[in-house]
Design a protein around this ligand. Structure first.
Ligand code: AP5
Length: 214
């Protein structure tokens, strides 16, 4: 199964991607995680991406499409995967269509996660991620057992640089301007399924499973 998870920053795409991977034999491909790995490794791409991500803008389409092409169609090619945070512009969506057409492949579904803006801001503000294994927590809804420490690996929990209030506003504006047009794009292709992303992570996961198994 080949899926896209679409929706505003902080709506819970990454959280649901992990749950889908647990249920189906699937891999999560997050362009945000790929870029953060480049930043951590101090590569030239990482240095460029760091500046762009910190200000809440989008990394250029050609860079993102190059990363996706390598991940999906070069070397060990995944058969079941979840694209989390990609595509984010019409240009990226068209680029992905071209890649699928070149490789005689296609998408199965696009899940659009929706929640009110105040809820999204609350979720992002209270997010903490493990600096080591990247596991994601919410200080209230999904707290770690021990404050500041990852349950899975004991790593230190940190707040993402782009999760500060000024950057959150900019990321939401960028989402409305550049990513939301993808809703119509995928609706026209009859691939779009809307998911109400309010409620607990488990509630949302149940709605996702209904759509995927239906
Ligand atoms: P990226 O890492 O993709 O961030 P994002 O899309 O902004 O999404 P987030 O990771 O912020 O949120 P999410 O929806 O995954 O929510 P999560 O599950 O963590 O991108 C970061 C940056 O990289 C971009 O701004 C851009 O600069 C660049 N970039 C990445 N991809 C790009 C691309 N394709 N093109 C160009 N640039 C790109 O949940 C959030 C919080 O809520 C967590 O604390 C979680 O525990 C909690 N939570 C989740 N679900 C629930 C629930 N149901 N109830 C209560 N709490 C919940």
């Amino acid at each position: 199964m080949k899926l896209i998870l679409l929706g505003p920053p902080g709506v819970g795409k990454g959280t649901q991607a992990q749950k889908i991977c647990e249920q189906f034999d699937s891999v999560q491909i997050s362009t945000g995680d790929m870029l953060r790995s480049e930043i951590a490794a101090g590569t030239a791409l990482g240095k460029k991406a760091d500046r762009i991500i910190s200000e809440g803008s989008l990394v250029p389409d050609d860079i993102i499409l190059g990363m996706i092409k390598n991940r999906l169609f070069v070397g060990e090619k995944p058969t079941n995967y979840i694209l989390d945070g990609f595509p984010r512009t019409i240009e990226q969506a068209k680029g992905l269509e071209k890649l699928y057409s070149d490789h005689h492949d296609s998408l199965d579904k696009v899940l659009l996660f929706e929640a009110p803006e105040e809820m999204i801001i609350d979720r992002i503000s209270a997010r903490r991620s493990c600096s080591n294994c990247k596991k994601v927590y919410h200080l209230v809804a999904m707290p770690p057992k021990k404050k500041g420490v990852c349950d899975s690996c004991g790593g230190k929990l940190v707040q993402r640089e782009d999760d500060k209030p000024e950057t959150i506003k900019k990321r939401l504006k960028v989402y409305h301007e550049q990513t939301e047009p993808l809703v119509d794009f995928y609706k026209k292709r009859q691939l779009l399924e809307k998911i109400d992303a309010t409620g607990t992570p488990e509630d949302v996961a149940k709605k996702v499973m209904t759509v995927l198994k239906g």
